[in-house]
Design a protein around this ligand. Structure first.
Ligand code: ADP
Ligand code: LRH
Length: 476
């Protein structure tokens, strides 16, 4: 039987990679063709993505990948490039951690009250939702808006579209109809004509342009296939679960913790708990909460001069558990810089011991993440009335055994960890599906369970101590 090769371009906030998935009727092998850093750049006007360098990384990756049957692109959500009337990029895309959206939400809510906005779009409040970015930006001269994966797809193929799963993070999509929210856009003066027509995961997105073939050494025609272009949508598609009674946590720069549902939860209680309803494959809803994730550790590690995680994590494992915890969902941790200091300030403000050494701070971060995972998994089950028996952890954080064990302990549930490159695997599966090689979502998940290395962590200790730690954060 024939084996096909798919290039999955997966751009995370901390690194980009081009992976090659080889898919047969009963096999799936993933290998890394190229990995490159994604370093946000601080210029006088603010924090920007180095999009040309990322595109260069994609081209290098495609060259390293060699001949493939299709290419798919996913990346972090919400951000975009603006094009002029000639299709040329107007400036570097702004990073979602740029402070220009401060206070914008309050202005938006004066026109569309927050409860109404939630009922219409199902999106959690985050200052960086595309909607708030658009209200903050001067759009002079902009004729077209392309979300990051759509922009790279456009550069590769010359064709424009707006892929649905990522569009669902703009706060301009109605999760019930899975189409544009015309009413919200018009009341806020946002011209939906800026967006290219919607594309569904699996749709064709053009062929690599001749210049791209020349630069990558590939022989055409090579199609680009729309995938779940929001990295989290691709990662959730690659959660190796069976049945419905599972929660997932996509751990990387962020922790995205929640459930896969058939319908959005748009209640006022859900809004108050800041759960989001993003769109997934096959009519599913990704009901989840954003938790600051390993960003907290990345920023500390950067402040400490880049010590090796392989040495730091065993030291953190020796620090007594749950001495101090911070609220890992708190937007105070969103901007870059001064992370060890900000964590110390949060511990002081809640009357807990201040962690000092890198090992102590690291332990505080991992305990705090596990605690936030517990809270999200518990609240999602309650708000969606959807009980689970297992927590699947996917993404870069699966390399952190301490975090996986603490998450199992905190949730009081078994954790199945892996795959690490879930987003790339979800990306590959959608391409393989579009070409008739694998079946539906459960079929893809079953293939992953059979082919990918997974680790299991059983919960240990008494969950009461996690409840006690949570109570220290109440009312802070
Ligand atoms: P993103 O896609 O958001 O850029 P990843 O899924 O690549 O993020 O995950 C990156 C995180 O994975 C890092 O911040 C780090 O904490 C963790 N990680 C990567 N390699 C290791 C390792 N060898 N040991 C422990 N953790 C690791
Ligand atoms: C993770 C992610 C997450 C979004 C954030 C902006 O990479 O896509 O799902 O909320 O970046």
């Amino acid at each position: 039987a024939s084996v096909k090769s798919y290039a999955a371009v997966d751009l995370g906030a901390s690194s980009g990679r081009v992976m090659v998935g080889r898919v047969g009727p009963d096999s799936l092998e993933l290998s890394e063709a190229h990995r490159f850093v994604n370093r946000p750049v601080r210029v006088p006007e603010g924090l920007r993505w180095d999009i040309l360098s990322l595109y260069g990384g994609v081209l290098d990756g495609l060259r390293a990948a060699g001949q493939v049957d299709s290419v798919g692109i996913d990346s972090w959500a919400v951000d975009y490039g603006l094009l002029d009337a000639d299709g040329a990029l107007l400036g570097n895309p702004v990073h979602y951690r740029d402070p220009r959206t401060e206070g914008v939400a309050q202005k938006v809510w004066a026109t569309v009250p927050a409860p109404e906005l939630y009922a219409a779009t199902g999106l959690q409040y985050a200052p960086f939702n595309t909607l708030y970015q658009l209200v903050a930006d001067r759009l002079t001269g902009a004729q077209r808006l392309l979300l990051i994966p759509d922009l790279l797809t456009y550069w590769l193929t010359g064709e424009q579209g707006t892929e649905l799963t990522n569009a669902s993070t703009t706060q301009l999509i109605d999760p019930r109809t899975r189409g544009w929210s015309y009413d919200i856009a018009s009341r806020l003066g946002i011209d939906l004509g800026l967006f290219a027509p919607l594309r569904q995961p699996g749709d064709p997105a053009g062929l690599l342009r001749p210049e791209v073939l020349e630069e990558t050494g590939l022989t055409g025609p090579v199609p680009v296939t729309a995938v779940g272009s929001h990295d989290t949508a691709s990662a959730v598609a690659a959660v190796p679960a069976s049945g419905e009674r599972f929660a997932y946590i996509c751990t990387g720069t962020w922790s995205l913790a929640g459930l896969e549902l058939d319908a959005p939860v748009l209640t006022e209680e859900s809004r108050a708990a800041n759960f989001t309803n993003e769109l997934g494959l096959d009519g599913t809803v990704r009901y989840l909460r954003n938790i600051m994730g390993l960003w907290l550790l990345q920023e500390c590690v950067r402040a400490w001069g880049d010590p090796d995680l392989g040495e730091l994590l065993p030291e953190a494992a020796k620090v007594p558990a749950l001495r101090s915890v911070v609220d890992a969902s708190d937007p105070v941790f969103l901007p870059p810089g001064r992370m060890p200091e900000r964590i110390a300030e949060a511990c002081r403000a809640s009357g807990q011991p201040v962690p000092v050494s890198p090992a102590e701070v690291t332990r505080c971060i991992l305990d705090s993440l596990a605690l936030a995972h517990r809270k999200a998994v518990e609240e999602a089950q309650r708000l969606a009335d959807h009980p689970v028996d297992v927590v699947h952890v996917v993404g870069g954080g699966t390399r952190n055994a301490l975090l996986c064990q603490l998450t199992a302990d905190a949730c009081g549930l078994p954790v199945v960890a892996g795959p690490t490159e879930a987003a790339a695997l979800g990306n590959v599966l959608v391409q393989a599906r579009a070409h008739g090689l694998v079946g539906d979502l459960p079929g893809g998940r079953e293939l992953l369970t059979r082919t990918q290395p997974l680790a299991r962590y059983e919960p240990q200790g008494d969950t009461a101590r996690w409840r006690e730690a949570q109570s220290r954060l109440a009312g802070v």
